[in-house]
Design a protein around this ligand. Sequence first.
Ligand SMILES: *[C@@H]1O[C@H](CO)[C@@H](O)[C@H](O)[C@H]1NC(C)=O
Ligand SMILES: *[C@@H]1O[C@H](CO)[C@@H](O)[C@H](O)[C@H]1NC(C)=O
Length: 584
Amino acid sequence: MGRGKTLPTWIYNLLFVLRILMVAEAQTVYSIVEESSPGTVVGNLAKDLQLDILELEKRHFQISGPNKKYFDVNIKTGALLVKDRIDREELCARKAKCSLEVEAIVKSPLNLYRFEVQIVDANDNTPSFRIPEIDLNVSESAFTGEKFALPKAFDADAGVYSVKAYKLSHNEHFALDVQNAGDPTVSAEMVLQKPLDREKQPLIKLTLTATDGGKPAKSGTLLINVNVEDVNDNIPVFDKPLYKVRVPENTPLGRAVIFVHARDLDEGINGEIQYSFINQDNDNNVNTFSINAITGEITIKDELDHERTNVVELRVQAKDRGTSTRASHCKVLIEITDINDNPPEISVTSLDSVLREDAPLGTMVGLLTVKDPDADKNGVVQVKIINATPFKIKNTYKNHYSLVVDGALDREKVSEYNLTITAMDEGLPPLSSTSVITVHVSDVNDNAPRFKERVSNIFVKENRPVGDVVYTLTADDPDVDENGKVTFSVISNNNNQGNNNVASVVDVKADTGEIISLQSFNYEELKTFQFMVQATDSGVPPLSSNVTVNILILDENDNNPTILAPYSEHGSVNSETIPYSAEP
Ligand SMILES: *[C@@H]1O[C@H](CO)[C@@H](O)[C@H](O)[C@H]1NC(C)=O
Ligand SMILES: *[C@@H]1O[C@H](CO)[C@@H](O)[C@H](O)[C@H]1NC(C)=O
């Protein structure tokens, strides 16, 4: 306390008294920075207490009282020294003001002095968070501007050395909003700046750094794990918009044809996909297949038939199971390829019921149609007649064929042909079918009746009764019906001896060929006669042939022998035959 020369004497005196009082009331105040090392001089206590340095030792000058462990005095110099570690935070926690009441005593005479040591804060504490790491769950649908409170950092130091600022590690999504207006402690919030996307970054690791106001500042950190929570914001996406596959039509039921696959970037049920067919057009072909809802495997449910349907178009939907489901679809084209599973089918579209045996080469007998619904080579058909016949098959147009005559016909030799026709396709292995066509050859009058020989010599005994059947002529005609129906007639008589009129001697029955005698022959009168018989069939025009009939009369012993004068009227008969038994 200075002593101003200008001050009036009474003021000086007053101040002096006050000072005495202050000392007596232990109003001496020191200050020391906390954590000062032992031995640090706080102040000259002896001088401030106006004690004689030389008497200090003799009067046992010492520190006492409850806080005596912190301080000591130097008896030689009277200085107040730091004796033990003084931690302001331990003594006063976060109180703004921190001071220790200290006592010093001297003996002879005994006196007690009280003084105060203010503990000045030092930045000896680091800001720290209660836990080193926190998890923060934030929906990916959070709006920008949404705020997320962060834990505070604590710093045992007070005032400027307490937490003054927060800093968030660099990132594109979150900014920091620090509130310190009027608050004793500073707190911070994270503010969403840019929308989150779990599918891009499901976890954002941030570091929050709290710094105090020291120079240099001390800092503590907190790890913030931002778990971005899924929202069903992704649709399932198929690997391909169009799947194509070829399946032979004979693929067995239950066989897998193809897998479809879609991805959904969302997690949990938001990303769980279920597959199904979309059949808006009620297409029956869709029912030929089934799809596994979980795996996307498409299998054959019903029999395939290339001939019925060669391409099936399926529309497959992939739907996630999120709360508000999202779906997408793709197309699957299944081409059903042909297998040679249909034999050719022969059908006779028309056939002439009869074919004249004189039909010329190339005459069309019938029309055939061959069907093979298989595709390509499996449906290409060769049509042939297996057995050797005077017929052939001609391809007229596409699958139409004609059966034509390819050789001479003769009903009398073959009147009916069973044509075995095969149709064989070019599949591997080939399939074939056969069909038998019966062609009937109709008769043409191409055969004349035929006698066994050109000349018939008929021996007839004389004296046979009138009306006797002398002989029966036969003539064969291989033609049938009218063409083969033979009638006989006498056409001429030539070179007849004696009797020109055959009609008076014999009758030839037209239908049976029986030669009937109209008179009893007498050898002695008529020995032989001849005539010609014609056999005619009933065809149009009729055909005929003839036979020469010689009737030879045989003698019987119907006359008594008479001796006749040599008879030479007939040059040929110049002798008389006399039986052996003739009487002399
Ligand atoms: C043709 O087939 C029919 C019926 O099988 C049979 O009755 C007939 O005798 C056959 N004809 C020939 C010439 O083989
Ligand atoms: C009888 O048949 C032969 C041989 O066919 C023929 O030459 C002859 O002219 C025929 N006679 C009569 C009268 O028709």
